[in-house]
Design a protein around this ligand. Structure first.
Ligand code: NDP
Ligand code: FE
Length: 586
């Protein structure tokens, strides 16, 4: 009995897999701390209750026990692992469950096809593979970092590992339970061969074409550069060793992650291959290692899978560069207005504004502009659809790309909004602010001048702060709902409601916050410095444009047309026909 299955994470998938593999049976999924029973669906014999933490191990034992009894000769048992309807072990809940099953209250799982396994594999289902006396043997070509780590992990999960190596006698650091032999000898030991060798060294595999015929070759290789070779490594391997079933897998999992077990960030294993049976078997292996296989289709997808680990935040690049450009531009714009101008005309040193005052102008401007840029592609797309009178023409690539990175733009905008909040909170403790306030009071005392209370100013100041706080609150809400863990919990309509309706409300509040902050000063010519308006005036251009266009788009007459177009109506159907025939540019 391998120790792998006891160490596996508990989930009901095991129950389902098992139940499906065994044919019609009853499975009550439960993740709660309930006791489980193993029972034969046909004879309705209960075996014994078991705790969830032990159920897979006990199940394994039970299957072995069951097989060694007289049932063995009879038709395959329909065993199922069931959770009682209420918590607490004992025959009572099981009886209840059985009567519920009879009454049709518990779903019968439809018979699922048995996983196809080749003759050489030791057993038929993932579960029975672990429960059988003989473990499945998997061959690993190459005894380098990745081969060793994968081999160790597979040994831990109950596989028998045979390494193929150029120098079997000299291979060190290998797990002691594994066998090491020459490549051709090792290949004969299993019909799944994982090639943990760099593509550049694949040539020798051609000599093994005969022995590898009909076998599953798992290509794990990565390259150093995106699109380094004309064809993917997996396709190259398939050409090099014809007659084999090449499956691409494991290339997104690092040797380090396999060793350290820190797989949370990269549990997904992309898989592709032309032979569905071969792919299925590799997916079973992946699953049994506690990883999640993700079928990406045929071997044509290998190129994309190989490029995946080489990408450096592809969706973040445009938002990152854009925000950097915005920050640099507005920083220098403010420096010209608030540092250079006073120095040139008044010989006043205002450089102390560089660490806090100017960044606290740049951050809200960047936040507001980026937030507006999240919604701008949506209105541009709507205008394009209205102009073309159809939705059946592709958007230009730049618009597609822009649409795809809206979430990243929004998250960067949220980051800037956070910075603005932090920088604003420290304002009262700044020396410059305290000095100005004290000085004003002293001047009033000396000149015996009063500063009467202004209700207008009070309104403006409070509205400005309130709008800012509400805008920030909704901004944070938008950020939270964009997290996969949250967005996976809501349906499409709810997600659209939050991201579109609440998003626009956030944009309105933040724009209003900026407008009220500027008050009457914005359009005052005396506020121009070297003909340059305040940075906030420029910052308001994009948000106001987006809001005005959006307002026009939701006017009933325009909104109706847009809705019809989005439901498939075309102003000029011939137009899209010709575009379908490739006569128009897209
Ligand atoms: N390291 C990692 O984290 C990951 C690696 N990969 C992929 O796994 C594959 C192996 O990577 P890794 O284990 O790090 O590499 P290593 O260089 O550590 O190991 C490669 C192995 O290939 C074998 N080999 C066969 N022929 C040759 C040859 N002519 N010259 C040199 N070595 C040869 C050697 O084994 P022997 O001496 O026994 O013959 C060698 O140990 C690569 O394709 C890589 O892209 C994929 C994901 C992650
Ligand atoms: Fe503000």
């Amino acid at each position: 009995m391998g120790n792998g299955i006891l160490g596996q994470k508990e989930n009901c998938a095991l129950d389902r897999t098992f139940a499906q593999a065994q044919g019609p049976s009853t499975c009550v999924p439960s993740t709660k701390q309930e006791s489980y029973f193993l029972y034969d669906v046909k004879t309705e014999n209960a075996f014994f209750p078991c705790e969830p933490s032990l159920r897979s191990g006990l199940l394994k034992l039970s299957v072995a026990k069951h097989r060694s009894t007289e049932h063995r000769a009879a038709s395959p048992p329909s065993l199922a692992l069931v959770a009682p309807c209420s918590s607490g072990a004992g025959p009572q809940p099981l009886q209840k469950h059985l009567s519920r099953r009879k009454a049709g209250l518990v779903a019968e799982l439809p018979p699922a096809p048995m996983p196809v396994m080749e003759k050489t594999s030791t057993d038929a289902s993932p579960l029975t593979m672990h429960s059988s006396e003989k473990q499945e043997t998997v061959c690993i070509f190459g005894t380098g970092d990745f081969g060793r780590s994968l081999g160790l992990k597979m040994l831990q999960c109950g596989y028998s590992i045979v390494f193929g190596s150029r120098t079997p006698g000299m291979s060190s650091l290998l797990p002691s339970d594994a066998e090491v032999m020459s490549y051709s000898d090792a290949a004969q030991k299993s019909d799944i061969i994982i090639i943990t060798i760099h593509r550049e060294h694949y040539d020798f595999l051609t000599e093994l074409t005969e022995v590898l015929k009909g076998k599953i070759l798992v290509d794990v290789s990565n390259n150093l550069k995106i699109n380094q070779y004309p064809e993917s490594n997996a396709e190259y391997l398939a050409q090099l060793v014809p007659g084999t079933h090449v499956v691409k897998a494991f290339n997104t999992i690092s040797a380090w992650a396999l060793q350290s077990g820190a797989l949370d960030a990269s549990r997904q294993v992309f898989i592709c291959g032309n032979d569905s049976k071969a792919k299925q078997r590799v997916m079973d292996v992946v699953r049994s290692l506690g990883l999640t296989p993700l079928d990406k289709g045929s071997l044509m997808a290998a190129n994309e899978i190989e490029n995946y680990p080489l990408q450096l935040f592809p969706m973040w690049r445009f938002p990152f560069y854009l925000s950097a450009v915005l920050c640099v531009f507005f920083f220098f714009y403010c420096v010209i207005r608030e540092v250079i101008y006073p120095y040139v005309y008044e010989k006043r040193d205002r450089t102390f504004r560089l660490p806090i005052s100017i960044p606290n102008r740049v951050f809200p401007i960047a936040a507001l502009t980026l937030l507006a840029l999240v919604y701008l592609p949506g209105v541009v797309a709507a205008i394009l659809q209205l102009y073309r009178g159809t939705k059946y023409r592709r958007f230009p690539d730049w618009l597609d790309h822009w649409m795809l990175c809206r979430k990243q733009l929004g998250l960067i905008a949220l980051g800037f909004a956070f910075l603005h909040v932090l920088y604003t909170l420290v304002i009262p403790i700044r020396y410059y602010v305290r000095w100005t306030s004290n000085n004003r009071t002293i001047t009033q005392v000396i000149t015996k001048k009063e500063n009467p209370f202004s209700t207008t100013n009070s309104w403006l100041s409070d509205s400005y702060i309130a709008l800012g706080m509400l805008g920030f609150f909704l901004f944070v809400l938008l950020g939270i709902t964009s997290l996969p863990s949250v967005s996976n919990m809501v349906n499409w309509r709810e997600f659209r409601f939050v991201q579109s309706k609440l998003g626009y409300l956030t944009l309105i509040l933040c724009t209003a916050h900026t407008l009220v902050y500027g008050g009457k000063r914005f359009l005052n010519p005396s506020n121009l410095v070297w003909y340059l308006p305040s940075a906030y005036v420029i910052a308001l251009i994009i948000p106001c444009t987006v809001l005005v266009i959006k307002f026009i788009l939701i006017l009933p007459c325009i909104d109706k047309t847009l809705m019809r177009i989005r439901q498939g109506w075309e102003r000029n159907p011939k137009y899209s026909e010709s575009s379908l025939n490739g006569k128009t540019d897209i």
